[in-house]
Ligand binder design. Structure first.
Ligand code: TYM
Length: 344
């Protein structure tokens, strides 16, 4: 995309339940890698607590989980100096622009969102209005900073497309071409969809009722090893070539996790383990996962002992984020003719 906008990264994670290996490999690893890329002027990594309340959250648990996601960001390698780490509710621009975008987005667009259908399930009439309009708030998160690049897993791709549609409609409706950039998703194909350990057809998810389906970032070394030992597989040995993984969803997923955690390609992993059964591969995967994930969990626990320090990081991040959003919001209010509007 050619754009006149300053290259800027924005992404977020919901503070609901435990972060999983899917969140880590699908998004967080990429957040950290982007810190090393000088072409981006800013990197904002948000804990999206306003998104979390689209379904009921116990208030004390929401605060705890918000700090926990911040701790995960830092424990995984985000540096609060080089990245802006904050929680969404501290910066009012998100809610303000979110409302404006609910007036830009069309019902038909939101009706097509597969995540709403999955999350609302059969009980659509009883879902919150916020759950339905959720992607408009996500567009606001990104566009309040005119962010141009958004590292996410595959499941957020449709929401990013909607963000682009909202940006384009706003630019067009108010005759302000290029007011908002059309942000690009940054999706790592190898880790875009980490699957459940119990069923290779389902995404690994913190909302899966079975805890055995996922590795949580705070699982102990023993629990990680146990979940990998019990992961669903098939009876065949591993193939020597990547093609041989097709139609074997569980084998594909475990080899993909090994490849991602070891920084190798699947072909490299199969060059080593092809021809061997899961009896040999699973212990190696368990050791690798424990070596990579358990120290992050330990560091999270250590960081969480000092809530004041985490809150200070979130407050500082929010201040820096608000400084970036303020001039954008000023222009948004002016563009809409909302005279003197906004808190900025
Ligand atoms: P959330 O909190 O569900 O997930 C956070 C990130 O983790 C990725 N992810 C996965 N990637 C690969 N395999 C998996 N099994 C897996 N599970 C989760 C998600 O794709 C995501 O990148 N709506 C977003 C949060 C959000 C946001 C934003 C993201 C709000 N505003 C603005 C980017 C920009 C969400 O619910 O992510």
């Amino acid at each position: 995309m050619t754009t006149t906008h300053t290259p800027r990264v924005f992404s977020g994670m919901q503070p609901t339940g435990n972060l999983t290996l899917g969140n880590y490999l699908g998004a967080l690893v990429n957040f950290v890698a982007l810190q090393e890329r000088d072409e981006f002027a800013d990197r904002l990594y948000c804990v999206v607590d306003l998104h979390a309340i689209t379904v009921f959250q116990e208030p004390a648990e929401l605060s705890r989980a918000t700090r926990e996601v911040a701790a995960a960001y830092i424990a995984a390698g985000l540096d609060p100096e080089r990245s802006i780490i904050f929680n969404q509710s501290r910066v009012t621009a998100h809610a303000e622009l979110g409302w404006i975008f609910t007036c830009v987005a069309r019902m038909g667009w939101l009706n097509r969102m597969t995540q709403f259908k999955e999350k609302a399930g059969k009980n659509k009439e009883n879902a919150s209005v916020g759950l339905f309009s959720y992607p408009t708030l996500m567009a606001a998160d990104i566009l309040a900073y005119r962010a141009t690049h958004v590292p996410v897993g595959e499941d957020q791709k449709q929401h990013l497309e909607l963000t682009r549609d909202i940006a384009a409609k706003f630019n067009n409706d108010f005759s302000v071409p290029d007011f908002f950039p059309l942000p690009e998703p940054l999706i790592q194909p190898e880790t875009a969809r980490i699957m459940s350990l119990r069923n290779g057809e389902n995404k690994m998810s913190k909302s899966d009722p079975s805890d055995a389906s996922r590795i949580n970032m705070t699982d102990s070394a023993d629990l990680i090893a146990q979940k990998i030992r019990k992961a669903k597989t098939d009876p065949e040995p591993l193939p020597s070539e990547v093609d041989g993984l097709s139609g074997r969803a569980e084998a594909m997923n475990l080899v993909g996790i090994y490849a991602a955690l070891s920084g190798q390609s699947k072909a490299d992993v199969l060059a080593e383990y092809g021809g061997q059964g899961f009896g040999a591969f699973k212990p190696a995967l368990a050791d690798l996962t424990v070596a990579k994930i358990a120290p992050i969990g330990e560091e999270m626990r250590r960081l969480l002992e000092d809530e004041g320090a985490i809150d200070a990081i979130l407050a500082d991040g929010a201040e820096r984020a608000a400084t970036l959003a303020r001039p954008v919001m000023r222009e948004v209010y002016d563009t809409l003719g909302l005279t003197g509007g906004g808190s900025a």
